[in-house]
Design a binder for this molecule. Structure first.
Ligand SMILES: [Zn+2]
Length: 405
């Protein structure tokens, strides 16, 4: 059945378009029309959207389904069996959806549990957001996140690991270009997979028409990953002018995950001291790097690194609040979680904006996120592919004005 939401603020993310009092019409085939006043015909459900804002479903470009957000999540990952990981991933998938995050790009989960969850959703056996799944990351022996990864060294092993992940159904490959904060004994700034190893993985992904994401904290590792041709640089703590110029030249995206280190410093209790020390050292540089990338016009797609300490599913609006604190406008921040994010998964032709013909992934939030970004946390209703998959208790029944005849 067709649904029309009327009298609602539309932040379409088609360019800078905002319609203060508009209508949007959609069904399970996609968005049929939108505008200040649209012709809809009869036999449809009508919802009064007064006081609400409609936006494209949000996209979190960096999550870890199956990682439990505890103070030392790699310890949990090492202990959990496949069924525990899979149950946690599904619970978290639901939490993302209820927070208005209709798509997640999953960048590392043990047992390829994210790929299997995605398949279960597609088959109709499970509910959850759209998942773009990397499955197990590819790391050097002993590299960052090795508890959930495939360890591979040298061209032959890297190609084998990349092809194995693609065979398992990965939508993209996650590569570790540097050490990381969460892995004990790792120096976050140190270079890990070499530029050549990274380029072999990128080539395998490109051959299969897939994308790549590189975890990269240290400056040299960041440059290796950009030169190797990755689609996105994750975290990007230590940029310099050369790295920014390289990204510009190569069309690389940045996914900053500013909230991940922030949460570690906000909740030090129980977090191993090596994580706190490393984050303390890096956090200022991280914010400076974010500003450098933005000033140079590097596309910034939002991601939280959900699953890391205290980084629970659904904190994307808090990530955007940090972008705004560092100089973005509210609309720019919203675009980083919608249309720009859709580009990182090469899905901007079907996701990321409210336009005719796109999938009807639509969220309704209370208030105006153009004035207060945290309004994105006040989710009333979530439509995924035109179907209502979440509504805040009793909310839709009070909004619904019934069927038009
Ligand atoms: Zn991560």
């Amino acid at each position: 059945m067709k649904t029309k939401i009327r009298n609602i603020r539309l932040v379409t993310c088609a360019g800078d378009e905002v319609i203060e009092k508009g209508d949007i019409l959609f069904d399970e085939s996609g968005i049929l029309d939108y505008g200040p006043d649209i012709e809809t015909g009869t036999g449809l459900e009508v919802i009064n959207g007064e006081g609400l804002t409609a936006l494209p479903g949000l996209i979190d470009c960096h999550v870890h389904l199956g990682m439990d957000c505890s103070p030392d999540p790699f310890k949990q990952i090492a202990q959990d069996d496949e069924s525990q990981t899979s149950h946690l991933a599904r619970k978290q998938g639901q939490e993302f959806l209820e927070a208005g995050i209709t798509t997640v790009r999953n960048l590392g989960t043990r047992y390829n549990a994210d790929i299997k969850y995605r398949n279960a959703i597609k088959a109709g056996h499970a509910t959850g957001p759209r998942i773009f799944a990397a499955g197990r990351p590819i790391v050097m022996t002993g590299g960052h996140g090795h508890v959930m990864a495939i360890e591979a060294d040298g061209e032959a092993e890297i190609r084998k690991a990349a092809r194995t992940q693609l065979k398992e159904g990965a939508d993209l490959l996650k590569l570790m270009a540097t050490g990381g904060v969460l892995t004990e004994g790792n120096e976050p700034g140190s270079t890990q997979l070499s530029e050549y190893e990274l380029s072999c993985a990128c080539q395998e992904a490109q051959n299969a028409n897939k994308t790549t994401a590189a975890h990269a904290i240290g400056n040299e590792g960041i440059k290796n990953a950009i030169r190797a041709g990755v689609t996105t640089i994750e975290h990007a703590y230590l940029l310099d002018d050369e790295a920014v110029a390289l990204m510009k030249e190569k069309g690389t995206f940045v996914v900053p995950t500013l909230i991940a280190p922030t949460l570690i410093l906000d909740h030090t209790q129980g977090i191993p001291s090596y994580m706190i020390d490393q984050v303390t050292e890096l956090i200022e540089e991280h914010r400076i790097s974010f500003k450098m990338a933005r000033a140079a016009g590097i596309p910034i797609a939002s991601g939280t690194d959900a699953g890391t300490p205290y980084n629970y599913p659904g904190l994307l609006a808090d990530e955007l609040a940090l972008y705004i604190l560092e100089g973005m406008t509210n609309l720019e921040a919203i675009q980083s979680a919608t249309i720009t994010a859709a580009k990182t998964i090469k899905s901007d032709h079907i996701l990321g904006s409210l336009e005719k013909g796109k999938k009807a992934d639509i969220i309704l939030v209370e208030g105006n996120p153009l004035e207060n970004i945290l309004a994105l946390k006040e989710v009333r209703t979530v439509f995924l592919g035109g179907k209502s998959v979440y509504q805040k208790e009793k909310s839709l029944s009070t909004l619904r004005v019934g069927l038009s005849t």
